[in-house]
Design a protein around this ligand. Sequence first.
Ligand code: MIC
Ligand code: SF4
Length: 643
Amino acid sequence: MGYTLVQKIIKDHLVDGEMAPGNEIGLKIDQTLTQDATGTMAYLEFEAMGIDRVKTERSVAYIDHNTLQSGFENADDHKYIQTVAAKHGIYFSKPGNGICHQVHLERFGKPGKTLVGSDSHTPTGGGLGMLAMGAGGLDVAVAMGGGAYYINMPRIVNIELTGKLSPWVSAKDIILEVLRRLTVKGGVGKVIEYTGDGVASLSIPERATIANMGAELGATSSIFPSDEVTRAFLKAQGREEDFMPLVPDADAVYDEHDTIDLSALRPLAACPHSPDNVHPVSELSHVKVDQVCIGSCTNSSLADMLKVAAILKGKTIHPDVSVSISPGSKQVFRMLADCGALSDLIAAGARVLECTCGPCIGMGFSPSSKGVSVRTFNRNFEGRSGTADAQVYLVGPETAAACALTGYLTDPSTLGQAPEITLPENFLIDDRMVLPPCTPEEAREAQVVRGPNIKPVPVGGPLSQSLCADVLLKVGDNITTDHIMPAGAKVLPYRSNIPHLSQFCFYQVDPEFSSRAKQAGKGMIVAGANYGQGSSREHAALVPLYLGIRAVLAVSFARIHNANLINAGILPLTFANPEDYDRIAENNALSIDGLEDITSGKTEFILTNLTKGIQIPLVLDCSERQRRILQAGGLLGYTKNQK
Ligand code: MIC
Ligand code: SF4
């Protein structure tokens, strides 16, 4: 039996476990990336491990999220990351060089390699045929130190692409179609492999758009073959030597299979407030638009920007619409400027922002009250834009540009002939904003600069035999890490300051949560299905830990958040019978016994609801290694014990 793409990469990187579905496997990691909003914590954790120099082939620290700098905090964090990176062998991509995923794709990604990044959209690298995965900062720190990265051996879903996209339809519409079919829970425990004759018609940035938004399916990763299109992209980036062909074996066996006929797709939009709430744009033409945002790690390539510029060229943006443009990288920005397209965008009335995440993470450009914002981004969770009652729609660049002109949600094919864009054969290569690390000799003397905003990482204590605590919060299905630990311009500057951050925990869900937790000193959270979907931010586990949360009882968990809870030493327990979710209410007093047996492999634990006088079976579904981590009170303690 032959291997699929992902099985081939796993086989080449397997250092622990067996490749049987569901088994925990440890992978050697070739490359890591961090961004600044999760990077400070990841590097504090790396320092706490006491390792001098990273052991990966390439580790890069990007600054792209926290660039508003409305106080000293972000700039201090940037300085910390720059100096800690230099000392420990990590490349540093300066603010202004671009969004981590776009720059990594352009300059560092390599087919056949593994990449772990402290950002959930790290799978963007799958567009180049890498096995690229998002993780919490602590897992990235371990990988930088040469430790394995652990995942459950995924089920492999083959999505076969046939045909060719029609004019005005883009890669974004393909992934929106996948989201419509599979939903935001549909990818959990799976890797999506794209094959079929339709693949050859997709450029690397288009494949990257699709792999990027596989994160919204909850998938472990998404991956494309590495073919002649990959070679041409790497050549245009001046690094053809990084190319290696990678295709699945002809007799590879997949766990699931689906087909998408690209020629049948029409422009789609994900409606508020979930990336899987997908409808044809043509059915939404009554929706009046206040704002259009173009960019983010999903749609900020040169081709995306050129398409938008060509649609807006010689026209004027609708008087009631405000348009932002954030190119994905310095390379994209300069090439846009050099060919005159930037001028077309400015002339049409677009507001050009720097090449960072910006509005995607609520870093400015929040919509007006109840405002409709049409974005080429990947997430439209309630409140994420910075405006609690905004209505955010996710679309491709062509649709976004059409909305900018008409002021309504507009199927771009109604505009007439689609513009043709031509991409240059060679891209503009200028890596001066990527600073190489110190040599090992220089590193001995190099100083790490820490500002006053950097506070110690909270560390959990060893697990006790029983857990008695009240339910401090009960929430429903699909709770995102943006609900648990919101981002945005006001909160993000405190990513390295957990005590300060703690006051914002769950504040859009229940503004009293943080003070109630501080008063109680300890507690549990009860949740529905897919708890912790969305970002990789380990702050969504570290802050609850700081607030005394010892266990989360849920119908099911999202992959990265589940790992982050375990790494923080918080028990992620699922209901043996999902209906038992209804038998626990907020403020109920609960007790879980038998936790001394956690490392014995016991999976079922009995919870007593002391308030209601009933018992409920719970399941701890984790590997032996994770049990030992929980026993030690988290991955930091566990890693230290192992040294
Ligand atoms: C996001 O898109 O939510 C983020 C901000 O990039 C996060 C990381 C973070 O919270 O810092 C992610 O996707 O992992
Ligand atoms: Fe940045 Fe948005 Fe991409 Fe997250 S999803 S990395 S905030 S651009």
